[in-house]
Ligand binder design. Structure first.
Ligand SMILES: [Fe+2]
Length: 523
């Protein structure tokens, strides 16, 4: 059980629900008119192939009590790399039946194994062991020299080519790399690789992982991120490749749990852990799977979670198309849709492997103009993100603060008991949204002032507005939202701008449940 959490499904509930529900691959009848969201035409057309208990069934399986990293060594104190063993995958996401290559380098010529886990709830364990691969002979693989625009693109030999079995459900998977010994003969070294298993089944909820942002901040090997080009930290000068390991996460806290896993464990996994604990029907995808709207059109609700800063314009167009077709869109995130990030192929033609900061979203609105003036010129300019999210990436866009309820009678607060002006401590941070867009029917449901650097005020706004088909778009206006949903094993709360969230909060869980249940037609 998760402390201070709302109603959870225990194993018996999940099994009971599974037995009572429609068999896999059968059409599930839906009650049209049950909620505004359930009247959309796309939904009625997409019921064939639903597996509404897939995630609940998966979570009834035994979890692993050992999936975290135990022994991790950075090459330098306050460094980024862990070159004793490190690796990366040939694709961000992969479907059952498709192949993904895992490339691994070891500092010494030692054997290693790869244990593949699916992250989820699993009765509180947080992950399930899916397979153990190896042992394989390890060897050092070369660190690429900086290319044009400082690109560091590894061309390592695959250590294993893995075909995803048919019975691996969509989810975010960690491959735990482990040397079978260290130099002393008594220890071992570990790190992760990460990949997403996607599917195309109709599902209630689509969880879009923010992996463009993981890669934008990835400093592997020697502080080589979108933020570290000698010309400046916010310009269009640096290219980054997915063909390299994820170094230790470079901001907010030094947390060895993250090595090789991007920002998943820090800023997104608590949302997935909570969703799966509640038995929601969720499927997962990469930012790169959103270049067309096809995936999202089969789902009732799309989630942007955590730190979702870097979007290809095609992603923006996809989500606008989804919203206009009746999909609910929820930004449980901050600093989202801030920078245009065109995706292009890697050295051997694999698609969507290189990104750069192409320019700001915001059209000719003042924050985009400011970003252009301060850090440009940029080759691209995106549309106004506020017309999609409901609020914008303001300036300053980062800081810390309390999340303050300003519309307690709104249905999203039902069951929370929240009063006008009541606050949730430290939930705003470390980046947020504000300056609501002029959209018919938009409501500001929470607002307040964050403090940048602990002292400089910045107004933020959480919003909700109606879509054209009875659907809605919600913006929580904070990266930290999921920090108050759950606390999975090994999770560490962030601390930034002299402010921090507190961890699982029943009000945040209830607001999230209200939004999700209405969006999928359960209330
Ligand atoms: Fe950011």
């Amino acid at each position: 059980m998760i402390p201070s959490q709302g109603p959870l499904w225990n194993r018996r509930d999940i099994i009971k629900a599974s037995l009572a529900s429609t068999p896999l691959l059968a059409a599930t009848p839906i009650a049209l008119g049950q909620s505004p969201a359930s009247t959309s035409t796309f939904e009625a057309a997409s019921q064939l192939g639903r597996q509404p208990t897939l995630i609940a069934d998966e979570n009834a399986r035994p979890g692993s009590n050992d999936w975290q990293l135990t022994r991790v060594r950075l090459d330098e104190i306050h460094g980024h790399r862990a070159s004793d063993i490190e690796g990366y995958c040939s694709r961000q996401s992969v479907a059952a039946g498709e192949k993904i290559d895992i490339m691994v380098s070891t500092k010494e010529r030692v054997e290693f194994v790869i244990e593949v886990f699916r992250t989820g709830y699993y009765g509180g364990a947080g992950a399930r062991l899916m397979t153990r691969l190896g042992p394989f002979p390890g060897k050092p693989q070369p660190v690429p020299e900086p290319g044009e625009k400082n690109l560091r693109e590894c061309r390592w030999e695959p250590s294993v080519s893995l075909t995803i079995p048919d019975d691996w459900p969509s989810g975010v998977y960690l491959g735990r790399l482990k040397t079978l010994r260290d130099k002393s003969g008594f220890g071992y070294w570990q790190s992760y690789v990460i990949f997403i298993v996607k599917d195309d089944r109709p599902a209630d909820i689509l969880f879009q992982c923010s992996d463009n942002t993981w890669q934008a901040y990835n400093p592997w090997p020697k502080n080589n991120s979108l933020y570290t080009h000698p010309n400046g930290n916010q310009g269009p000068w640096a290219d980054v490749s997915f063909d390299r390991p994820y170094a230790m996460y470079a901001q907010i806290y030094e947390n060895p749990q993250s090595i090789g896993s991007g920002e998943w464990l820090c800023f997104e996994f608590p949302f997935a852990y909570w969703l799966e604990s509640m038995g929601y029907d969720v499927t997962y995808c990469s930012n790169s799977d959103m270049l067309t709207p096809d995936r999202g059109m089969k789902c009732k609700t799309m989630l942007s979670v955590g730190h979702d800063e870097y979007w290809d314009i095609r992603q923006y167009e996809s989500v606008v198309a989804m919203r206009d077709a009746g999909v609910n869109v929820m930004f449980f995130s901050g600093n989202s849709v801030c920078w245009v990030t065109p995706m292009r192929p890697g050295f051997d033609g694999r698609e969507n492997r290189i990104i750069f900061r192409g320019g700001p979203y915001g059209a000719d609105y003042r924050y985009a103009e400011e970003r252009e003036k301060n850090f440009g010129p940029y080759p691209h300019r995106g549309p106004v993100e506020g017309y999609l999210m409901g609020a914008r990436n303001i300036s300053p866009v980062n800081g810390g603060g309390d999340w303050v309820c300003t519309k307690p009678d709104h249905w999203i607060f039902e069951g929370t008991g929240m009063k006008q002006g009541e606050s949730i401590p430290g939930l705003i941070g470390w980046e947020f949204h504000g300056d609501p867009a002029e959209i018919a029917g938009l409501e500001v449901i929470a607002e307040g002032t964050a403090l940048n650097g602990g002292v400089n005020p910045a107004p933020w706004h959480a919003t909700i507005y109606p879509g054209p088909k009875g659907n809605f778009v919600f913006n929580a206006a904070t990266i930290f939202w999921c920090q108050d949903l759950s606390s999975p094993p090994g999770h560490m709360l962030p601390w930034s701008h002299w402010s921090r969230p507190h961890g699982p909060d029943k009000r945040v869980q209830q607001i999230t449940k209200n939004l999700l249940d209405r969006s999928i037609g359960n209330r």
